[in-house]
Design a protein around this ligand. Structure first.
Ligand code: NAD
Length: 335
């Protein structure tokens, strides 16, 4: 029998998780929640998702001719697990409701590690969420950092890490957030991204800084790692080539920026033109003695989506071997 999944918060992340769940053969979306009768709600109805809404908004949906399956609370009785993709500040309320209903739940990186006490990355700590009631998939930036730092640390041991995050200021469908013509440093340094990475890899000594720039496409990370032992540029390239959900591209092939990466995703026929891998510029990798320098790009709307699928398998105890879950998810999602 398939694991029954509910999506609470059908926005940027929620709608992508819903698509990915229904691409798998061991889980199915049994309902999504919407708070307003927007175009996204209409498309969700056309896609056949039962829609659960706040009690006080049912009439607004009915007026907009959007079929309502029930109140948000009614969804809880129908699911094995909720993937909570609501915006911040709602987690305590919903956590209490999921706990009372006795259902499992997965939150996203906008929430703190302390909410669940367990954070998730498919390759690095899949089994920590095994059978848990609650887990949290770390943010897009942290997922991106863990994807490349974990395999490098495993082989060479990272003694110190430094990363500067050049962050997109808004998602492509967001016309309210900025800056639109400025560069904004995060002045509270080091930023929270280092400690967030440590919620998965607590032994890694890493410091991060961040600036927001006027783009909607992707984040870019400029990373320097000091290793315990020396290596070569060739070995790091080989290692990242072998790592699932890491894609190497070359500037000299014409992929000079995030613009061409997003074009590549569209050319590959990915759903919504998404890029699920962390993209590393192969010709931007440089090893000097025990230091590695590299650049990577992170699709903020999409890199966490396959991790949510693996996290469902871990907390619902569907597959014990993380490599098998990763391979199954990747195959189903055309990664
Ligand atoms: P979003 O604003 O695109 O979507 C949130 C959805 O929740 C919207 O559909 C909204 O209508 C709905 N919602 C609002 N109030 C609600 C309520 N009371 N009950 C149920 N649903 C409600 O947000 P998002 O970008 O998808 O972010 C969701 C989570 O994912 C956050 O924790 C965020 O930090 C994290 N995240 C976002 C990104 C990103 O770049 N967008 C990347 C990784 C992780």
């Amino acid at each position: 029998m398939k694991i029954r999944v509910g999506i609470n918060g059908y926005g940027t992340i929620g709608k992508r998780v819903a698509t990915a769940v229904n691409q798998q053969d061991d889980m199915v979306v049994v309902g999504i929640t919407k708070t307003k009768p927007t175009y996204e709600a209409k498309i969700a109805m056309d896609r056949g998702y039962p829609i659960y809404v706040p009690n006080e908004n049912i009439s607004a949906f009915e007026t907009a001719n959007i079929k309502v399956a029930g109140r948000i609370e009614d969804l809880y009785g129908k699911v094995d697990v909720i993937v909570d993709c609501t915006p911040g500040k709602l987690s305590e309320k919903y956590k209490a409701e999921y706990a009372a209903a006795g259902i499992k739940a997965i939150w996203q990186g906008g929430e703190n590690h302390s909410l669940t006490g367990i954070s998730f990355n498919s390759a690095a700590n899949y089994m920590e969420s095994w059978g848990a009631q609650f887990s949290r998939v770390v943010s897009c930036n942290t997922t991106g950092l863990v994807r490349t730092i974990y395999p490098i640390d495993k082989e060479f041991k990272v003694v110190n890490g430094y990363a500067t995050l050049i962050r997109r200021s808004a998602d492509p469908n967001d016309s309210k957030t900025g800056p639109i013509n400025a560069i904004e440093p995060s002045v509270k340094v080091p930023t929270h991204h280092g400690p967030d990475l440590q919620s998965i890899l607590p032994w890694i000594n890493i410091q991060t800084m961040a600036v927001k720039v006027p783009t909607t496409l992707m984040h870019v990370h400029a990373i320097v790692l000091e290793l315990k032992s020396e290596t070569t540029t060739g070995r790091i390239i080989e290692l990242l080539e072998e790592t699932p959900r890491v894609k190497l591209v070359k500037s000299k092939d014409g992929i000079k920026s995030t613009a061409q990466i997003m074009d590549l995703a569209r050319e590959l026929g990915r759903t919504r033109g998404d890029i699920f891998e962390v993209v590393v510029w192969e010709d931007g990798i440089k090893v000097a003695g025990n230091k590695i320098y590299y650049y990577q790009a992170v699709g903020q709307e999409s890199d966490v989506i396959p991790e949510n699928i693996d996290c469902i398998r871990s907390i619902c105890q569907l597959e014990k071997d993380s490599r098998k879950s990763i391979a199954k998810t990747n195959k189903a999602m055309n990664i």
